[in-house]
Design a protein around this ligand. Structure first.
Ligand SMILES: [Zn+2]
Length: 93
């Protein structure tokens, strides 16, 4: 799974909307066994600094692939910023 679009993070400090290149997220993959096979959690994360004020923005976006090939759900954890717009994902098998 990959992020299919850049992510826009709004800085909590100054309100600037930072466009974060989807390729600047680090990706990790966790798998757990469930009834219909493995559920894969794709974890896109990174620490970024607001380009306007330098405020630290931490962002983690999780996409859950289950069953294989389908996006089941997604979630996010952020600190110092807000994720504008729902992230979109592509799954290529
Ligand atoms: Zn800022």
């Amino acid at each position: 799974m990959e992020l299919s679009q850049d992510v826009i993070l709004e800085c909590n400090n100054c309100g600037h909307q930072n466009i974060i290149d989807k390729k600047s997220f680090e990706v990790e993959e966790y798998s757990s066994e469930r009834k219909m096979g493995p559920e894969i959690e794709w974890d896109f994360h990174g620490d970024f600094n607001c380009e306007q004020c330098g405020h630290l923005m931490e962002c983690r976006i999780m996409g859950y692939e289950y069953p294989e090939g389908a996006l089941n759900s997604w979630d996010k954890e952020v600190s110092g910023c807000v994720v504008l717009y729902k992230p979109s994902f592509v799954i290529d098998n």
